[in-house]
Design a protein. Structure first.
Length: 74
């Protein structure tokens, strides 16, 4: 079987004492005690995710940028 290689955009941020790695192309995330561990765990989670789902289900995110939005809410 020929393996296809795909590229996915991710973001890593700190939440408390953990780092969260989130894929922007599909709704999959993971965490770790360091950014590298979070990315490694995300890589594994994505492999498991795509065992049951086709890569065509992923959104095409080419050039993400980070923005801060301020909301007023109750």
């Amino acid at each position: 079987m020929i393996m296809k290689q795909s590229t996915y955009q991710t973001v890593v941020y700190q939440e408390g004492s953990y780092y969260v790695a989130q894929c922007l192309n599909v709704d999959v995330s993971s965490f770790g005690t360091s950014p590298d561990e979070a990315l490694l765990n995300l890589h594994e989670a994505l492999e498991l995710y795509f065992e049951d789902t086709t890569t065509s289900m992923a959104s095409d995110v080419k050039t993400p940028s980070l923005h801060t939005l301020r909301l007023n809410h109750a």
